[in-house]
Design a protein around this ligand. Structure first.
Ligand code: F6P
Length: 359
């Protein structure tokens, strides 16, 4: 009988509970013992490690659709790879994790995390020697290379779409514009997808240069006198500082365009998990359990060409555009961005959306 542990690390998103519940169910069907580690690496480092043993009613099926992580993701200042690295205590931290994993007698650990967590797991791979490490990618930013989808992205697009759908109604009543700032770090996928869903007038993303005068002209020539300008949090405007939506809003005001700003913030990370995210979570949980059965290790589940399969963490780490992560000294994370030939860019332009000066 195998004993497997699961933990959620990094920022939360919708779909985490679905993966956990499906993992539990699949593990139980195989006759495996299943434990949850609370607060990610923080819980693992405590003496004794903070864990829960799952039973059938621990995470009921009807609760599996809820956002957040039933296992928690850890406080921002808690002991994790990031804070340990910053404090120069990574060696001691690694030792603690290794000790906990051995103490728990785990055969496999499933780490549900984003770019940073997966990169750190790969860079500190000795910790997992002798047990299997299987990762499941989650993030609303959809910036993880080697997978076409990440858990939480679809629900975030839905949340943002619903938020903007409501704004559009008040925008119309008052003949004015809403400059709405999305999350996504330096990846524009969230803004691009939601922008197309709502029929935004403009979508500004970090990957594509834009021109403020062209944006103003586009808004003034738009067929409506109201609408949404979706601005990804990762954009910048030379010579300006502050929140991107505020910067754009000021420019529009100066050009006589009546507007307001809106910040959906963390509402993008919550909301009932969409059916698409639940199905993705179920497929990834199934893939992770099969990987454990097949004795795979240092792998990540991924969706490519509609197939769910594992890719090696090494390939993940060696791919994408590698950038230094300001939060994690000495570590680089591979990032995926909106590619210049993403078909959605041309579609947006053809729909009359100002997307920047891409062509
Ligand atoms: O990476 C996920 C994400 O939601 C980003 O889109 C956003 O910039 C960041 O996390 C917000 O982090 P925090 O929850 O620490 O404010």
């Amino acid at each position: 009988m195998k004993k497997i542990g699961v933990m959620t690390t990094g920022g939360d998103c919708s779909g985490l509970n679905t993966v956990i519940q499906r993992l539990y169910r699949g593990a139980t069907l195989r006759g495996w013992e299943f434990i949850g580690i609370l607060d990610g690496t923080d819980g693992l480092c405590e003496n004794p490690p903070r864990i829960i043993k799952f039973k059938n009613d621990t995470l009921p099926i009807e609760a599996a659709r809820l956002a957040g992580s039933f296992l928690h993701n850890g406080r921002a200042d808690a002991l994790n790879f990031e804070t340990a690295a910053k404090a120069g205590k990574i060696e001691r931290f690694n030792k603690q994790i290794r000790k906990a994993l051995l103490e728990l007698k785990l055969d496999a650990i499933i780490l549900i995390g984003g770019n940073g967590s997966l990169s750190l797991a790969w860079c500190n791979k000795e910790i997992y020697t002798g047990l299997q490490l299987v990762c499941i990618p989650k993030t609303i930013d959809m910036d993880i290379p080697l997978t076409d989808r990440t858990i939480g992205f679809n629900t975030a697009v839905q949340q943002l779409t619903s938020f903007c759908d409501q704004l559009m109604l008040t925008a119309r009543s008052h003949h004015r514009w809403f400059v709405t700032q999305t999350m996504g770090r330096d990846c524009g996928q969230l803004a691009l997808n939601a922008g197309i869903a709502i029929g935004a007038t403009a979508i500004l993303i970090p990957e594509i240069k834009f021109d403020v005068d062209a944006l103003i002209k586009h808004i003034k020539n738009a067929p409506t006198d109201y609408g949404i300008i979706l601005v990804s949090e990762g954009i910048s405007l030379r010579g300006h500082s502050g929140k991107p939506a505020d910067m754009i809003s000021r420019k529009l005001t100066a050009a006589g365009i009546v507007n307001r700003t809106a910040y959906p913030e963390h509402t993008q990370r919550v909301g009932d998990t969409t059916a698409a995210d639940r199905i993705l979570a179920t497929r990834m949980a199934d893939c992770a359990l099969r990987a454990i059965e097949n004795n795979e290790t240092y792998v990540m589940t991924a969706i490519n060409d509609c197939k769910c399969e594992t890719v090696s963490l090494k390939d993940f780490f060696d791919s994408g555009s590698v950038t230094a992560d300001p939060n994690i000294p000495d570590i680089k994370t591979p990032d995926a961005y909106v590619s210049p030939d993403d078909p959605l860019l041309q579609i947006a332009t053809d729909m009359g959306i100002y997307i920047g000066e891409s062509k």
